[in-house]
Ligand binder design. Structure first.
Ligand SMILES: [Fe+2]
Length: 119
């Protein structure tokens, strides 16, 4: 499993294709926002651009939204601190072949908090 911890979606996709067939899963992290592109690449590697964060989505990437807005407008603001609302758990579940080490299935999951699961 390879975690591509990065901001840029194109870099994560390029890494996914570069590692296709060499890893069971290439999963992006860091942007905190789950993407809807989980799939198995042509070489058998499961891939998703970003798994999303585990935390409160009624926030600015998990941080207190009022304080974050104040920081953007250069108003009086504290150092970023976590939002304390209900949390969502986001990620992917991957089935992997014992014979090949490659993926046979990938599924996003979202549970709890303000995000609603897709389909
Ligand atoms: Fe990060």
């Amino acid at each position: 499993m390879v975690d591509i911890h990065g901001e840029i979606t194109s870099e994560k996709m390029a890494a996914g294709h570069y590692l296709d067939g060499k890893a069971s899963l290439v999963v992006g992290t860091h942007t905190h926002v789950p993407t809807n592109d989980a799939r198995i690449l042509s070489g058998g590697t499961a891939y998703v651009t970003d798994a999303g964060m585990c935390g409160d989505y009624d926030s600015v990437i998990g941080m207190d939204k009022t304080n974050s807005i104040n920081k953007f407008f250069k108003k009086d603001a504290k150092k970023h601190f976590p939002s304390k609302g209900k949390s969502s758990i986001c990620g992917v579940i991957v089935d992997v072949s014992k014979e090949t080490g490659l993926a046979t299935k990938i599924k996003n999951f979202i549970s709890g908090g303000v995000l609603q699961p897709r389909n």
